[in-house]
Design a protein around this ligand. Sequence first.
Ligand SMILES: Cc1cc2nc3c(=O)[nH]c(=O)nc-3n(C[C@H](O)[C@H](O)[C@H](O)COP(=O)(O)OP(=O)(O)OC[C@H]3O[C@@H](n4cnc5c(N)ncnc54)[C@H](O)[C@@H]3O)c2cc1C
Length: 378
Amino acid sequence: MDLTFNERELAFRDELRAWLETHEPGDEPADDTASYHWRREWQGRLHEGGWAAVHWPKEYGGRGAGVTESAIFYEELARARAPLPANALGILMGGPTLMLWGTDEQKDRFLEPILSGEEIWCQGFSEPEAGSDLAALKTRAVKDGDDWVVTGQKVWTSGAQYSKWCMLVARTDQDQPKHKGLTYFLMDMEQAEIQVRPLRQITGEAEFNELFIEGARIPDENVVGGVGNGWKVALTTLMNERAGLAFFLQVRLRQLLDELIEEAAARGLLEDPVVADRLGELHIKAEVLRLTAYRGLTVMEKYGQPGPEGSLTKWMWSETNQQLVQLAADLLGPEALTSGTRWSYELLRARGNSIEGGTTEILKNIVAERVLGLPRMR
Ligand SMILES: Cc1cc2nc3c(=O)[nH]c(=O)nc-3n(C[C@H](O)[C@H](O)[C@H](O)COP(=O)(O)OP(=O)(O)OC[C@H]3O[C@@H](n4cnc5c(N)ncnc54)[C@H](O)[C@@H]3O)c2cc1C
């Protein structure tokens, strides 16, 4: 693909840059809840300016931005040190899933509050015994009149403590083979039958939660993509997760690397050939990642949906980010290991990179089978 910006793309970039200059997000508050409110308020401002989801079609409130404009959007957001909107899961995953599988009524009802941040979304897929092997999930939904009654447990549910809607995959037919008996629902989180328990992470934050669901109700009209079709709908959500987030994350990685180079320069470490070599390797990986992320966006533009290439970008990003923070620890020593410092946070948070959004082992399986066409293990 041609990576030079044309006039339209340059105009888009300049308009966004000008907007970001007059709408600074400010510094992120240290406290979890305050940080969430800060990101939600930021999303409201993006929405008012028409920037909440540039890649969404115009008919759904987006800008109908193409591949390069979407890339510019993420690059400029990261350049302005602006955060992802509070409802990133709704914008990147929930909205695109509804656009493909939802009914007209569902699109009318749900898309606008996703964009404005009025209703926050979370993803209720993983369970204690079903993470990588998602189709083994046991949460059950049983039909009762016009409703479904849900019982089960979810885990790792990011942002559930703030969410109004949960993209829930549940088993609706016990007699079907495991991938076939699943249904995708939109579950209202504001029910006494759902208990949300935050899980404290190694960083001290509680980004994700356990969900205990005992008889929560979901009306039939909140089934997405048809009863028994949950596996296919869930794959749409997962592929959008990898392709969408990967682009933002690769820009963040570039910034972090530039900061590390500055730190190393300030300590006179760039003269050390071993340090220069390790930083050089990271620079090359960051560039490869950037170009691969562009390729992923091209696939989306060509076929309308993300392809398995997003798995490759996500895998490369997590490996490179972990390598980067390890190098920071090697170069900065105790400073990077002292609790409460910027680099200690990055070092600890990066541990989850190779698990979240699909573990590296699973992503390698996907790349082997679906990108390279190697024979299946099973
Ligand atoms: C920060 C963070 C946020 C998250 N947010 C959410 C969220 O919002 N919603 C949600 O639903 N989930 C979320 N997750 C969960 C995440 O998707 C799961 O942790 C992930 O899918 C792995 O599942 P698991 O933890 O059950 O590990 P397991 O599936 O039990 O895997 C354990 C180990 O075995 C390996 N393994 C398993 N199967 C295979 C195989 N076939 N071949 C090779 N190796 C294999 C895995 O790679 C891993 O190393 C989040 C996770 C993190 C870290």
